[in-house]
Design a protein around this ligand. Structure first.
Ligand SMILES: [Zn+2]
Length: 285
């Protein structure tokens, strides 16, 4: 049997000590007009509210140029968020590219980017009451784009059995109900999430994905500006605050509230909606 660990070369330490470079320096991204957004938010009025029940999911619409807020109510709870272009479900949130552009966790002034070929901002975070948290001593932070979503397939692989209230199934069911699709039609539209309020990181020793009790408390919220017409789905994860386990009925779970706000007429003067990505798609052929 071959040795598990390969023999280090003579210059192993030198190779390890090479300094990292940032893959995607993001200072050439289109600037975020946060001052304009925040002033447009001042006079905005609420037009819709959706309560997401514990261990379940619900859909909501946020028209282009509106704001949507996800709030903790009743108790600490994390949410798994999917976003689609409401006019074309093929354009959807791209967690991996958002991570490449902004890092493992996102907060005020950062954006949720869409899949190829659109690859444009779908939503911009305009307010985050948890942005005081920063990065803790374990390497944990909130609102990650590193997790995928709890799902019944991984649960079955690792623990066996059929657990149905995972975020993946909740999102599938909510989209199915909302659009009148069969579960089989809805499921492929469900994608990797923004983990709202979840506190996560990677262990330094083994690089494993970890979670810990979310610092969220009732009254905390994450608010977004909808850059395009958005259909969203939010699952109130069966992990509750994710302090112990998910994919079970053990954790205490609470609802999450989604509110949608319309700005006053003229409040967005000077704002330009994001065009689809400018790459010509000829792929050198
Ligand atoms: Zn979950």
């Amino acid at each position: 049997m071959p040795p598990v660990t390969a023999t280090p070369p003579h210059d192993a330490d030198a190779r390890r000590s090479v300094r990292p470079v940032i893959c995607y320096p993001n200072d050439t991204l289109p600037p975020v007009p946060l001052v304009l957004y925040q002033s447009a938010r001042q006079g905005a009025s609420k037009i819709d509210e959706v309560l997401v029940n514990p261990r379940d999911a619900a859909c909501f619409h946020a028209p282009q140029g509106h704001f949507f807020r996800i709030s903790s109510v009743e108790g600490p709870q994390v949410g798994d968020l999917n976003l689609w272009n409401a006019d074309d479900l093929a354009e959807r949130f791209y967690s991996g590219k958002t991570r490449a552009l902004h890092g493992t966790h996102i907060t005020t002034g950062e954006r949720m980017w869409s899949s190829f070929p659109g690859m444009r901002p779908m939503a911009t975070i305009t307010h985050d009451t948890l942005n005081w948290y920063g990065m803790d001593k374990f390497g944990g932070s909130v609102h990650d784009v590193i997790g995928t979503r709890c799902d019944p397939y991984t649960h079955n692989l690792l623990a066996g059995g059929q657990y149905h209230h995972c975020c993946h199934s909740n999102l599938t069911g909510a989209l199915s109900d909302h659009l009148g699709l069969s579960l089989g039609e809805a499921e492929p539209h469900v994608h990797d999430v923004l983990n709202v309020f979840m506190c996560t990181g990677f262990t330094r020793d083994t690089g494993q994905y970890f979670m810990k009790a979310s610092p969220v408390r009732p009254g905390d919220y994450l608010e977004f500006f909808a850059e395009i017409n958005i259909l969203g789905a939010l699952s109130a994860c069966p992990g509750g605050d994710c302090s112990s386990e998910h994919s079970s009925d053990v954790a205490s779970c609470y609802p999450l509230k989604v509110e949608v706000f319309a700005p006053e007429d003229g409040a967005l003067t000077g704002w330009t909606p994001p065009p689809p990505n400018g790459y010509d798609r000829s792929h050198g052929r």
